[in-house]
Design a protein around this ligand. Sequence first.
Ligand code: UDP
Length: 467
Amino acid sequence: MPARRHPRPPWRGAGGPLPSVHPPAAELRLPGRVATLSVHTSPLDQPGAGDAGGMNVYVVEVSRRLAERGIAVDVFTRATSSDLPPVVEMSPGVTVRHVSAGPFEGLGKDDLPAQLCAFTAAVLREEAQHEPGHFDVVHSHYWLSGQVGWLARDRWGVPLVHSAHTLAKVKNAALAEGDAPEPLARVIGEEQVVDEADRLVANTADEADQLVRWYDADPRRTLVVPPGVDLQRFSPGDRQAARRRVGVPADAVVLLFVGRIQPLKAPDLLLQAAARMLADDPALRDRLQVLVVGAPSGSGLAEPQRLQELAVRLGVTDVVRFLPPQPPEQLAEHYRAADVAVVPSHNESFGLVALEAQACGTPVVAAAVGGLHTAVDDGVSGLLVEGRDPADYAAAIRRVLTRRELLAAGARRHASRFSWDRTVDSLVDAYAAAMAEMAAGTGRLLPTREHAARDAVRLLPGGTAAR
Ligand code: UDP
């Protein structure tokens, strides 16, 4: 990994040990209102296509639960259609604000850095209509929002809590064949946000470690908060009834892929594994059903028919069904109908799909990468596969099928350890601790003239003043 590069901003607070990030609970004030930034994708979008996926689900679930605890949430997201009303109440206490920044349609994620100034201006102007102190915290999601959050933090004097969701350096290190590397501008942008945030929220200990080792994040400001799963919505149910509802025969062997269709997610590996299973056991053809739920996304948009063409080449079109993105209730039925959910991604910062499938009592065969080490309890709730050989996936799927009931029980147990309420408990703690630190002036400093002047003196060789 490239070594570090940027000088630290002068108000970063040179010298002196940093205080603990957790002041005693009694001293903590809870936030009343959070500004949540989700520049490039809206919590109102259907996940499973384009830029909408796990991050959207995260923002929806966390915002709703914060509001239920009396913490209002304003989610700022870029308007992508002229039909969108400027303000939508997503759920009680959660307001989605559609920000006009650039043309509504036709902008990809890579075009958005040019719109960040317009986006930031709109966020600052919305806040300026209220009394000072309207927001207590800014929580940014993905580096583009982090860039906006960094400015809002400095202007409002409130802490910036940042969730990266994915990291360019990590993505580039596990690039799928045919996928373009993430641009250097994103790497630099992420490094800046890591420098500027008061708290960095990582999904797993692995991600926290990547932030520290690859992005030089301050470990004292980096915390691990696992995402959750809605255990009411994603719950075990009658498999045969679910099969009837999704149109799968009672005796079928059902393999399920759920996610955005793009090289990173590698649904092609599932098709190859299915072809291998059929080659090894031709009699399986009468019963095998491979369901692929999702729509093209990212670099997958350039060749939207690629997976269908692969199915033709592999001679498996008769056993594969492609389905459009499904809303959560229908998705749960698909998880319940499946024998095995397969998550063969090149990388995942967590992998909510794996957790949701397990919550429905369906074991998972997943790549032994990134957050999937946490999302799947290897050998207990499913199997993790090293490498990307379709034969290994076929073998793992067969192993899961032979002890499905045992693994299904392990899957439910493992998923029940995660909940969005627990995620929100930790986030509220992090918000309150960062607020207390800022109020006490013990954390990262705000960019006042006084601080800049003091740090300018410190930065001179030998520490001598030049004024
Ligand atoms: N999803 C959905 N409908 C679909 C496909 C996916 O609602 O048809 C949701 C799914 O429930 C999950 C999220 O999209 O919560 C995908 O999250 P994951 O962490 O698996 O992948 P990401 O999209 O973040 O890369």
